[in-house]
Ligand binder design. Structure first.
Ligand code: FA5
Length: 352
């Protein structure tokens, strides 16, 4: 097969292409998956062994020459197009260029940022903890007994055990950071007052539906000091909800059981959609359950190195998706991780 003749022919065709569209069609014909140049390169396999090296080298050389010629012709067309636009006088080089599309913040990030700003303005510190957690911090240190249903594998993603390292899991809530923080501070000689928030990702082996995800976000809060009372807890929660829901809210406390608080509460907010009259969102009850919370259990304080005879504390664990859904009127939690850009683009653009 005469590679020189083929090369000459293809280079002539490139030079003769009338415009950018014809050039693009020619490129596909020559270099597309079944293109003529590709066929030439592949035909090496049909030759006797001794002829292959020389032919392969020549065929690859032809391919490189054709690619270079196409590139050069493409640039010529681009320059001609620009020159024509300038000559027509409808190109104003002083006009700002098209604005690059900006991303938007995810609604969970937006609300989390607002909450972090609010709590840090009230003197809270941001704490972090690992998403891969030990059984000790996730359950034992929080007074959650060995036979508690939350430990079962239908609720918890357990990890492969490593000899000598105990059992690990994907944390099911942000509460393990309570004892982590208390231990870290008391180990270094710090003592209450202590005010921390812990925004973070949690995982549960749940059946996904309108209100449940396997991966979701919580924000934990922990305050420990002398004489901390339920009144402090209610005041902090009301302030937080007023800011985040952008309206004054009425709240009510109901008893709620969590082994790491005593007493424990479910804090409900007066339904912001119907003002408490009853609607589908609040399931006609007039109230929406939003915030589990309570007074820190003495066992948990002790585990953190703090004397419960001297100090008391409150803690809360807010489901961030739940708050975002209330704030923006979103009725399906699966929207958050669905990856639908039309949903995400509704939220404000990144400005900083
Ligand atoms: C807890 O996780 C406790 N650690 C909260 C707590 C902290 C109580 C401190 C007392 C003191 P609960 O399992 O109810 O509690 O979850 C808290 C919130 O996380 C729920 O109200 C809900 O908004 C959110 N949440 C829980 N599971 C899911 C899920 N599968 N998908 C989305 N959000 C969830």
């Amino acid at each position: 097969m005469d590679t020189t003749a083929r090369r000459e022919q293809w280079l002539r065709e490139v030079a003769a292409a009338a415009d950018a569209a014809a050039l693009a069609a020619l490129e596909t014909r020559l270099l597309g998956p079944k293109g003529e140049v590709q066929e030439l390169v592949r035909s090496v396999t049909s030759l006797p062994k001794e002829e292959r090296p020389a032919f392969g080298k020549a065929a690859n050389g032809v391919k490189l020459d054709v690619e270079a010629a196409l590139q050069q012709r493409r640039e010529q067309f681009a320059q001609q197009a620009l020159a024509a636009e300038l000559a027509a006088g409808d190109f104003d080089p002083t006009e700002p260029g098209p604005r690059p599309a900006r991303g938007t913040l995810h609604p969970i990030t937006l609300v989390q940022n607002e909450l972090v700003d609010l709590f840090t303005s009230m003197g809270f510190q941001w704490e972090d903890g690992p998403e891969v957690e030990s059984e000790y911090f996730n359950f034992d240190a929080l007074n959650i007994p060995g036979d508690h249903p939350a430990r079962e594998s239908q609720d918890t993603f357990w990890l492969e055990p490593h000899p000598g390292l105990g059992r690990n899991l994907l944390r099911t809530h942000t509460s393990p950071v309570q004892v982590r923080t208390m231990q870290r501070l008391t180990r270094h000689g710090f003592h209450p007052p202590l005010k921390v928030i812990v925004p973070g990702r949690c995982f549960r082996s749940e059946t996904v539906d309108k209100t449940h995800e396997h991966t979701f976000y919580q924000m934990e809060g922990l305050v420990v000091d002398r004489d901390v009372s339920t009144a402090n807890l209610i005041h902090t929660m009301k302030t937080c909800l007023r800011v985040i829901l952008e309206r004054d809210v009425q709240v009510r406390l109901r008893p709620g059981f969590f082994p790491f608080v005593e007493p424990g509460f479910e804090l409900d907010v007066n339904c912001p959609f119907c003002g408490g009259k009853g609607c589908p969102v609040c399931k006609q009850s007039g109230w929406i359950e939003i915030l589990p919370c309570g007074m820190v259990h003495p066992h948990v304080l002790r585990e953190g190195g703090i004397d419960p005879e001297v100090h008391t504390g409150f803690a809360f664990g807010m489901g961030l998706q739940r708050v975002v859904m209330l704030r923006y009127g979103i009725d399906d939690i699966r929207q958050f991780m669905g990856g639908d850009l039309r949903f995400l683009r509704q939220f404000p653009e990144v400005t900083r």
